[in-house]
Design a protein around this ligand. Structure first.
Ligand code: SF4
Length: 254
């Protein structure tokens, strides 16, 4: 297997997702390179080329509200049904400065063409302090937010955030948003978040944030950092059991 190819278009799929069923992706980042506020060692798209939370200097590379609207409308008009319309793609979708306007347009199109579909985001949780993000997230039906680490030290190693992103601020911001699903990736090898201490700290943060539920998984594909290893399902199920027992929150293994 190889790294996943970047999404070359604004709308992609639908992909058959283990968690979301038939999911139509919306990519708000550039279509020729990866732009993200994180540079996760396990990223299936490889290393981040433009590593930033602040994208105003890159606007020509990002789709406009009208481009997203027109492309999605053309796709939905064809009538193929999906379970989800999901913001994801070549980086963190919510750092697009018109993300709130785009969410509004996508929801209108969903209501018109596919009212059965839910509108969701796979977010890395780094952007919650940006002025437009919380409001936009509240408009979505499903918010799946990343939290892989229980300490800022592990966070710096595994997610490699852009400057200005602070672990503790991210935890406080996650606690502030209602009805979220936390999604966590566990890895081992030269870089790991599966030591007993790290898992205990992660569970403590889960308890504090109090999401609706938690979904955990490990690598599916090769990662940016080549020597990372997959955590086997037995270990994931032990982490899930412990987290569920200590937090009282449902933890699912994928
Ligand atoms: S947040 Fe997602 S897209 Fe960005 S580096 Fe991490 S895994 Fe890749």
């Amino acid at each position: 297997m190889t790294l996943l190819e970047l999404q070359k278009t604004i709308i992609y799929g639908p992909v058959n997702s283990r968690r979301l069923g038939k999911s139509l992706g919306i990519n708000l980042m550039p279509t020729s390179y990866k732009m993200c506020s994180f540079n996760c060692v396990y990223c299936q798209y490889g290393w981040t080329k433009t590593h930033t939370l602040e994208v105003s200097g890159y606007l020509p590379a990002l789709p406009t509200v009208d481009e997203v609207k027109k492309t999605l409308e053309d796709w939905l008009k064809k009538g193929q049904k999906v379970d989800y319309i999901t913001f994801s793609g070549n980086g963190e979708p919510s750092i697009h400065p018109e993300f709130d306007k785009i969410v509004d347009e996508v929801k209108k199109l969903r209501d018109k063409f596919q009212p059965q579909a839910k509108v969701a985001i796979l977010s890395n949780s780094s952007s919650l302090a940006l002025p437009w993000v919380k409001k936009a997230l509240e408009m979505l039906d499903v918010r799946i937010m990343k939290l892989d680490c229980g300490t800022s030290e592990a966070f710096e190693k595994i997610n490699q955030p852009a400057t200005k992103i602070k672990y503790q601020d991210m935890i406080e911001n996650l606690k502030d948003i209602k009805n979220i699903i936390i999604q966590s990736v566990f890895v081992r090898g030269d870089i790991s978040n599966t030591s007993t201490d790290e898992v205990e700290e992660w569970i403590e943060k889960i308890r504090y944030i109090s999401p609706d539920k938690v979904q955990i998984y490990s690598l599916d594909r090769p990662s940016a950092f080549k020597s990372l290893l997959k955590v086997d399902r037995y270990v994931l199920s032990k982490i899930a059991e412990l987290a569920q027992e200590l937090s009282g929150i449902t933890v699912e293994v994928f």
